[in-house]
Design a protein around this ligand. Sequence first.
Ligand code: SAM
Length: 230
Amino acid sequence: MEARPTQLYLIPTPIGNLEDITFRAVRILKEVDTILAEDTRTTQKLLKHYDIQRPLQSYHSFNEHRNQAHLIERLQQGEVMALVSDAGTPAISDPGFLLVRSCLEAQIQVECLPGPTAFIPALVQAGLPNDKFVFEGFLPHKKGRQTRLKLLAEEPRTIIFYESPHRLVKTLTQLSEYFGPQRRCAVARELTKVFEETVRGTVEEVKNHFEQKGVKGEIVLIVAGMSYVP
Ligand code: SAM
């Protein structure tokens, strides 16, 4: 069977440093008919930097359900689109999954380019085992949070969380309670940006560090699995 040409590209974009984008990503963004963007103003800055002049359309969690059928219709008529999020890989803790699923159901070819995402550099530079890991994304804020933490306390693989700066100390406090204060972890902050840092230690040490210093910027939290012995 002849391969169908790709019609929906998912294109990873920089998580801070504008140089972190592939040549192919830039070329495809210059070639597609339409770029679907989580926030058109954010994406416009990237497009300007790389002199990409393609029509932008907003695609975010508030309109993704509503837009689905119309986008599928346009793709079926032959339009080629790229989906980007504000930063990193679309559909990773970002909108995209619904569109990928609808495309596949409608036999529309989808391709995700390899590229930036925050959790891979955070995991690799954490210095914790990375031969097996689980990506948890954001913990629930209220309902289901404790159940999730109780379950994860027994997880043998390294665990990856996305976290907001104002919730980090609360999460580390709860990790100390549920996982124990000696569990190893690492907080990667502001990856690829000017004030990038990774703080490593026990949950208690890292919590004390951020309690004293305050927390700013974007955060990935990596926690060792239950069985890890340094
Ligand atoms: N799609 C993105 C990806 O592939 O990583 C994730 C989008 S999610 C809405 C945003 C979260 O990713 C932030 O709250 C933070 O946890 C993480 N993140 C994004 N950029 C980051 C950076 N430069 N440094 C640390 N964490 C980052």
